[in-house]
Design a protein around this ligand. Structure first.
Ligand SMILES: [Zn+2]
Length: 345
């Protein structure tokens, strides 16, 4: 399992090269053909053992959220904009790696001693914040962090107790790691088309062209999704919970899961006593949102490893959930035939 390597690689939407290098290294020996398309998606093909050439697409996105340098002030501070969904409240005090040279930077905040009355209650916007890379002038800042440079969370991967790990970008490096594991295993009966996609966080862009090229009969999007099972005041049921198994999406903002694929997943889980949970419907979107509308339509479903604090500098996941996601996918795919998709609902 190479989640650590995948998590620590920097790959904000549009600049996924470092993650792509890790992925290519991990999958090359386990696929019959590997190529990189014009957008930067990694497409790995693994021939099936059966006579039926069913085309199954498994997608996981390589990109992560972050910041882009879009200006400077006279004193050498960087003005930035968000790439993907980012909550500005998380940014003050956060360490970043900026630009191709990975220059360390920090988003500072006025010390508490200097706050004026009411200032601590103001909600910060991204426009109010600057990244400090220690530059003393605009020219020095430009040299270290050219316009368009990306700033990524500088977070190391860590083990937290026996079953839990923390790190950045588990959305969706967890899905990438699951997909690598699936490629590493035995061949399936069908032809496996793995797509490690780019630019999901800015609108499912890589998956759209990958699905068009692959022309799959059905698709599974593999994700690291929200687990908001932390203490809260209201008695609201959480989206997903850590340690309760892979999260299957029934519906979100981007698509409605194919009911035949849902049944394949849940019946496999029940037959083998693999824990699973449903992601509470209605929020977020995944690559399945783009894939299911490709060409004449693709039956699709999303399966995710629950992760606490996604889209923040540090996320947490349970290694048991990770292993159960790989197992549920492997066993469900082993049962997938053309008949699964013929049954009408
Ligand atoms: Zn994601």
């Amino acid at each position: 399992m190479n989640l650590k390597e995948l998590s620590e690689a920097v790959g904000i939407s549009g600049d996924e090269g470092a993650v792509r290098a890790v992925v290519l290294d991990a999958v090359r020996a386990h696929a019959d053909d590997v190529r990189v398309d014009t957008m930067g998606n990694v497409l790995a093909f693994k021939r099936g053992t059966g006579r039926d050439r069913l085309r199954v697409m498994l997608a996981a996105h390589m990109d992560e959220i972050g910041l882009m340098v879009l200006g400077y002030d006279a004193d050498g501070f960087l003005k930035v904009q968000a790439v993907g969904g980012i909550d500005p409240r998380l940014l003050p005090g956060t360490l970043f790696l900026v630009g191709p040279e990975r220059v360390p930077g920090v988003i500072g905040l006025k010390p508490v001693h200097l706050l004026e009355e009411g200032e601590d209650e103001k909600v910060l916007q991204i426009e109010d914040l600057v990244v400090d890379i220690g530059a003393k002038s605009k020219d020095e800042a430009k040299k270290l962090a050219p316009l368009g440079a990306y700033a990524a969370f500088a977070t190391q991967f860590r083990q937290m107790g026996p079953d839990t790990v923390s790190g950045k970008a588990f959305d969706d490096r967890a899905g990438c790691a699951v997909l690598v594991e699936l490629l590493r295993g035995e061949r399936f009966r069908f032809d496996l088309h793995a797509a490690f996609t780019v630019q999901e966080e800015v609108g499912l862009r890589g998956a759209e062209v990958a699905a068009y090229a692959i022309e799959p009969d059905c698709a599974f999007a593999l994700e690291g999704t929200v687990a908001d099972d932390v203490p809260k005041e209201k008695d609201a049921s959480p989206t997903t919970q850590l340690g309760k198994g892979p999260a299957i999406t029934v519906m979100d903002h981007s698509f409605i899961s194919d009911r035949r694929l849902l049944r394949l997943l849940t019946s496999t889980a029940e037959e083998l006593s693999i824990p699973y949970q449903f992601k509470q419907p209605g929020i977020g979107g995944t690559d399945a949102g783009a894939i299911h509308r490709s060409r004449a339509g693709v039956p699709s479903v999303t399966v995710a490893v629950p992760c606490r604090y996604i889209h923040s500098p540090v996320a947490l996941l349970s290694l048991k959930d990770f292993d159960n996601t790989v197992r549920l996918m492997r066993e469900s795919l082993a049962r997938l035939t053309r008949r699964t998709l013929k049954v009408s609902e």
